[in-house]
Design a protein around this ligand. Structure first.
Ligand SMILES: [Zn+2]
Length: 63
């Protein structure tokens, strides 16, 4: 399973592939893979989220 984050509203989804439409904002959003692949955040395979990816993506479009 991969952790996906909606770049628009920040909604988190666990799935193998991101959905076409975000269940939270009901729009075709860009989903960012925020899964952790490094030991620092727990490593892959157990639904861990990489906090660095989580912060750097999505926040930049906020106004
Ligand atoms: Zn969304």
């Amino acid at each position: 399973m991969t952790n996906w984050k909606c770049n628009k509203c920040g909604h988190l989804i666990q799935a193998t592939t991101p959905p076409d439409v975000c269940p939270s904002c009901k729009e075709k959003c860009e989903f960012v893979d925020v899964s952790c692949y490094i030991p620092e955040c727990g490593g892959p395979g157990s639904g861990n989220i990489n906090p660095q990816v989580f912060v750097t993506s999505g926040e930049k479009d906020k106004k």
